[in-house]
Ligand binder design. Sequence first.
Ligand code: PLP
Length: 433
Amino acid sequence: MFVSKNLNINTKNHLTIGGCDTVALAEKYGTPLYVMDEDLIRENCRLYRDSIDRFYNGNGLVLYANKAFCSLAMCRIINEESLGMDVVSGGELYTALKAGFPAEKIYFHGNNKTPDELEMALKHRVGRIVVDHFSELELLNQLASKTGQVADILFRIKPGIDAHTHSYVMTGQIDSKFGVALETGEAFEIIRKAHEMEHVRVVGVHCHIGSQIFDLKPFEQAANVMMQFIAEVKEKLGFTIEELNLGGGYGIQYTPGDHPIAYDKYMEAVSRVVKESAEKHSVALPKILMEPGRSIAAPAGITLYTIGAVKEIPNVRKYVSVDGGMCDNPRYILYESEYDFQLANKAGDPKTEVVTIAGRCCESGDLLGKDISLQKAQSGDLLAVLATGAYNYSMASHYNRIPNPAVVMIKNGTDRLVVRRESYDDLIKNDLI
Ligand SMILES: *Cc1c(COP(=O)(O)O)cnc(C)c1O
């Protein structure tokens, strides 16, 4: 009935998440409020983890892409589920380490890591650094030589695959700021150079073709292209690439019109391609890494807002305004993303209206949805936006000096605060006069 299976309607006609009444949650914690279902996060982790066991003899690791939703509580959950982690900044790394996440299971990504961040990664001995380009390779080798370390590295490769998704989240094509290209020979050249360096060890290759992808094909193609490259490296340089990291990007259901593929199907498909290719080229089976972010966090989360102004412009449209907007969910203004909306206090009512959900920020583009169908809304109603567990809290800003909402986690039908709501004092805490 809803896009996420952890949602339901109780006898009060209220929307529930993980068995908790959303109206009660809004009363207890205020709005806007991010609510995450820990049970569903864990279930999603297990689905990915089990798929590696089932289809690839357990010879792999699932890395949660921390940028989707990063907090101490989330890092702890991911660790308890025995996943690894992909981080893309010193801040994400810091959060993971503070949560007690094992450094050796952390992969450090980023197309423009700063020297400080590389030093931080070396100091804490993160498992792998995913090198993006030549000058980063040289810098890393130099920094590691200062401390006498040998850094285990992967290379971010552009496999030249066109994943059919929004151009802002398409990353595998040659015209991308991420990584080195295969077809120009740049990828081969960087590995040849790295192989001769003393303070890095080339462990693997990585690609990430995009996000919110609903098709197995581009993943199979990427796996195939990357395996050919592994074979080429073996043949021409005589050494074995041990790890093949195929990135994330698995699509989820935001609206009833989205038809995602079951998560384990990805592993089933790519492990078949990898095994066939390894046999064909007589190379050893690499360890496979996958990096789901959105598909672990997004379906587990909703955002609750209180409806304020309702403005009907005759023959034009009806604006329903909420107490948040692009400051807590910038995905509409970035990508015109679509969502499923529900009036949480009238969840079982039929959707009889077509309205536009407006945020409270000073931008006309600050909408959460345009011409969406909704139950008849009045000021004071509670609006739930579904599947907002990824790239919402993590993309929140302080535009208009609006404090970031709190995050509540639900486990076994019990709620707990995992990120406090920001106060006005939090907003000025670094200001100087
Ligand atoms: C963003 C990103 C991911 C996660 O992508 P999702 O679409 O959230 O699954 C994984 N790996 C890398 C390198 C990324 O940049």
